[in-house]
Design a protein around this ligand. Sequence first.
Ligand SMILES: [Zn+2]
Length: 209
Amino acid sequence: MSTANSPAVAGKVLRSVELEEAGRPSREEAERAVRTLLRWAGDDPSRDGLLDTPARVVRAYEEFFKGYDEDPIEILQRTFEETEGYDEMVILRGIRFESFCEHHVAPIIGRAWVAYVPSGRVVGISKLARVVDAYAKRLQIQEKMTSQIANTINDVLRPQGVAVVLKATHHCMTTRGVHKPDTDMVTSRMLGCFRDNPMSRQEFLTMVD
Ligand SMILES: [Zn+2]
């Protein structure tokens, strides 16, 4: 996880203790922290079944949070201009994502609908899915993730408009806290023609339902 993407570092002056913490800890330190949490849960990290757990959890973290090592702007850099003047909506529907809430480190499992109306150039559709993943694989809140995806596509592709809808289940409220399973949260961000033109917005929302 690069410090440049660390929310703890962005936009504030760090005290020396925080500076120390901002550096990436070693794998051993991370595994030790997992052992502490296992003990906190009430178990014995030295029993057989838990011996390799700290190493496994740390490897899982590498996968869960690999988005910090990805640059969404770079993902969208390669575009195609031979589109024969295609200027209608491009929409990628129901992109499954897995993220973690930044308040409880509990899973956020959901789907994303991402649309844009190109102006001159298009991007490979798999790149839209990769941008969703690059932001999902971080500690997140759904509102911020929705904005980040839409803003990045808008900034890099400079299209006529961008629309993003996320629908997700938050395990911090389904499996703990208020315990409300079967609830999902829907967030959206509309830019350009999707914000200004009710017809474009409606066309997109019809595709989402
Ligand atoms: Zn939470």
